[in-house]
Design a protein around this ligand. Structure first.
Ligand SMILES: Nc1ncnc2c1ncn2[C@@H]1O[C@H](COP(=O)(O)OP(=O)(O)OP(=O)(O)O)[C@@H](O)[C@H]1O
Ligand SMILES: Cc1ncc(C[n+]2csc(CCOP(=O)(O)O)c2C)c(N)n1
Ligand SMILES: [Mg+2]
Ligand SMILES: [Mg+2]
Ligand SMILES: [Mg+2]
Length: 325
């Protein structure tokens, strides 16, 4: 592979940039026109062997997911994505055609979510393949993790547990039916960042927001710590994906564990005063994605869950890069 021919071939896969991009790839840096409001910046890396294996994701879906997870962080700020840079550390085991497939997935996510790749870097590595994406977005009223107050309602968008159960399926741990397996694999490979609901949350006056990358337990603990509140959730209110319950029965695991500790669902979890929550629910009708109340914020600290047996402490023990393996 020639570095410069590779870059040209990859750029051909991308859609035309947004109108606010003055100079995209091709010069020393990109040039963009700043929007009104505030800018939000995020970056995340996906590493072969840690975030994916050849058996757990296609090249196309890896491109899609690597942008989707960064968009999810912008959504969790109540913002919308604008411009991305993409860094590839390519190991010798990868061929140009596989990188082109990855770029097709990236291009699909750019078109679907309205953002542009404006630059990047390609380097060789003796180590595992790595894709790292930096993303700039805009937010008129950024929603922090620290704004939750006692009395606020805790809520989560969409469905939980699908990604971790999907990873089980993709690693050969079978679940009930082929239809269930396909649905769970899709959750793992193609998460949908909740941009519309994040914007609706900002307009509604939601007080705190986070996205579910490491697991609901971890994200709620981050809100509790940043806001100085106690999060009290109810086990029987968690919106666990029905296919996860089916898979969990076959796997002999608890469906609630997938929801609390599995991670990579890229749903939004937040807190809102009653009136703001009512406004969010009304707006959510537009998006065909449920918004579910899962508990309340109280005075105190930490996260607890009401179960049939009483209150259980929910530790911050989701995915952790330095303790999970
Ligand atoms: N190497 C670093 N240098 C500076 N800040 C960092 C670094 N790594 C993480 N952070 C910051 O720490 C905070 C928490 O990072 P973390 O990666 O846990 O959040 P996240 O991206 O929402 O979660 P996830 O990576 O699980 O999706 C973020 O504000 C992030 O920008
Ligand atoms: C092969 C394989 N093994 C395990 C996992 C699970 N996993 C990896 S990183 C992570 C948290 C999110 O990443 P980050 O915190 O870096 O944003 C999770 C849940 C996977 N996806 N693939
Ligand atoms: Mg991160
Ligand atoms: Mg996040
Ligand atoms: Mg993480």
């Amino acid at each position: 592979m020639d570095e410069f021919a590779l870059i040209r071939a990859l750029l051909e896969r991308l859609p035309a940039p947004r109108p606010d991009v003055v100079v995209a790839s091709g010069d020393d840096a990109a040039v963009v026109t700043p929007p009104r409001g505030q800018l939000v910046l995020t970056t995340d890396a996906l590493v072969e062997g840690v975030h994916f294996l050849e058996s757990t994701i296609t090249r196309h879906n890896l491109g899609y997911k690597s942008l989707a997870v960064s968009i999810s962080d912008i959504a969790a700020m109540g913002g919308e994505p604008l411009w991305a840079t993409v860094t590839l550390a390519v190991s010798p085991s990868w061929r140009e055609a596989e990188l082109a497939e990855l770029y097709d997935g990236l291009a699909e996510a750019c078109s679907e979510f309205g953002c542009s790749v404006v630059g990047g870097d390609v380097v060789s590595t003796p180590g595992p393949f790595t894709v790292s994406i930096a993303l700039v977005g805009k937010a008129e009223r950024p929603i922090l993790r620290s704004g939750a107050r006692p009395g606020d309602i805790l809520f989560v968008t969409g469905w939980l547990g699908g990604s971790a159960a999907g990873l089980d399926v993709l690693q050969g741990k079978h679940s009930a039916s082929p239809v269930t397996q396909a649905a769970l694999a899709r959750c793992h490979q193609r998460p949908t960042p909740r941009i519309g609901l994040g914007l609706a949350a900002a307009r509604a006056g939601v007080s705190a927001l986070n996205d579910v990358s490491d697991g609901l337990a971890s994200e709620l603990n981050e809100i509790a710590t940043a806001s100085g509140v106690r999060c009290v959730i109810a086990e029987n209110q968690l919106p666990i994906r029905p296919e996860v319950k089916e898979h969990a029965r076959f796997a002999g695991r608890s469906a609630v564990d997938y929801a609390l500790y599995g991670g990579e669902d890229y749903e939004l979890v937040g807190a809102a005063p009653h009136e703001a929550f009512a406004r969010l629910l009304a707006a959510a009708n537009l998006y065909n994605v449920p918004v579910t109340a899962i508990g309340r914020c109280e005075d105190g600290d930490g996260v607890v869950m009401r179960t049939a047996d009483g209150l259980e402490v929910v530790e911050a023990k989701g995915y952790n890069h330095f303790t999970s393996r």
